[in-house]
Write a protein that binds this ligand. Structure first.
Ligand SMILES: [Fe+2]
Length: 394
């Protein structure tokens, strides 16, 4: 286990109906709130209405910014920064999935620090600007996936350069996260499944790549994977199963909070690769992860064999005693699960061909490559490794 620091400063407020407490929980941070969300959809309009009335009930003035798209773009965020500064709001309320919460983090911290949100995004070929502060954020996740409601990360897409990358800053970790299963229950089945695969991938990334051993992190991750798999099936069967929705929401929150990697932080190669797919094609991140997972697991099974085998045995009940064979079984077990939840998909299922494979592989090396030009993973990944994973996912 390596040395670490871990702090979860977000106040987690859980329970069906807790959205009604938004105003009460926000008023500590200011009297004018900049409320960020997606463009209004009639089906889920009640959530926004309830959020606004809760804020107004506590005497908080609401300035609405409802222009945030999935895979949020620099242009949208920078426009949000200008509107936020104009509004003179003191606190931001993010009501949406990972896209809205990430965008809100960039609006908040860029407004505090100046410049464009893209200046702060991590790219291997330049030195990003560092945030030195942020305005307070209250997050209400409407989707269980990214875990952004209680961590320092944020992903942003530059549609002009087709680059999608991230930054981390403890300043903009949300002060409060309201996890209301009634809100999340309104998410369509497909979004639930996409989010489930994203959570699953978060629990795998460090587990499979870290050179360190930390049994507690392994056990936490395994427990979260079990909980996720069991309750995802329930939520897909019955979207109004609030207990299942709540359990999945906590898997999302804890699964990308750092808790799942205590003492054995590794790297996030599937994310490095996927970001360029959704950066170029604007598909959902969870679908991108589902496309890549089988090929990634199969291709690198022989590299960190003992980690692959451990996961196969501990979570998927593989009894094979030989590590090499058990590691290979992992892919099959994960594919079986993906099929069960209707997420065994390939590039062809989302109408993506091989036309941009070379360009995307170049992007990944340029954006995430270390000094030797290779990208961190189970072993340092070359361009040819990435291309092979793309090809196997066609
Ligand atoms: Fe993710």
């Amino acid at each position: 286990m390596h040395n670490f620091e871990w702090n979860l400063p977000t106040r987690i407020v859980y329970g069906p109906g807790q959205l009604a407490r938004l105003g009460e929980l926000t008023k500590t941070y200011g009297k004018r709130a900049f409320l960020t969300t997606y463009p209004k959809k009639e089906k889920r309009a009640w959530i926004l209405d309830k959020a606004i009335s809760s804020l107004e009930k506590e005497g908080i003035e609401v300035v609405l910014y409802d222009l945030i798209e999935p895979n949020p773009r620099v242009t949208t965020v920078d426009e949000g920064v200008a509107r936020f500064l104009e509004s003179r709001a003191e606190v931001l309320v993010a009501l949406g999935g990972g896209s809205v919460i990430d965008a809100t983090k960039y609006i908040s911290s860029t407004a505090y620090n100046g410049g464009s949100s893209w200046d702060y995004v991590v790219l291997a070929y330049r030195k990003p600007r560092q945030f030195t502060g942020s305005y307070p954020i209250v997050a209400v996740p409407t989707v269980s996936a990214a875990g952004s409601e209680a961590n320092a990360g944020g992903v942003l897409t530059n549609w002009e350069t087709r680059e999608k990358s991230f930054s981390r800053s403890a300043y903009r970790i949300p002060k409060v996260a309201i996890i209301d299963p009634e809100v999340i229950a309104s998410v369509p089945r497909q979004v639930t499944a996409d989010g489930g695969v994203d959570i699953f991938s978060h629990l795998l990334e460090h587990y499979l790549t870290s050179p360190q051993e930390s049994e507690i992190a392994d056990r936490i991750s395994e427990g979260l994977i079990f909980t996720l798999m069991e309750h995802l099936e329930r939520a897909l069967e019955n979207g109004n199963d609030l207990e299942a929705r709540g359990q999945i929401a906590l898997c999302a929150l804890l699964g990308w909070s750092g808790l799942q990697a205590l003492g054995r932080m590794g790297s996030i190669p599937i994310h490095y690769i996927e970001h360029q797919i959704s950066g170029h094609y604007d598909i959902s991140h969870g679908r991108g992860m589902a496309i890549l997972l089988p090929a990634y697991l199969e291709y690198f099974a022989g590299v960190r064999t003992e980690r692959w085998a451990k996961l196969a045995r501990r979570v998927f009940g593989i009894v094979e005693g030989d590590d090499v064979k058990a590691a290979k079984e992992l892919t099959r077990a994960v594919v079986t699960w993906l099929k069960k939840i209707g997420m065994h998909i390939r590039f062809s299922d989302v109408n993506i061909g091989s036309e941009k494979f070379e360009r995307m592989a170049d992007d990944i090396i340029r954006m995430y490559g270390q000094e030797d030009g290779r990208v961190p993973g189970p072993r340092p990944m070359e361009r040819s490794d990435i291309l092979e994973i793309f090809r196997r996912s066609l």
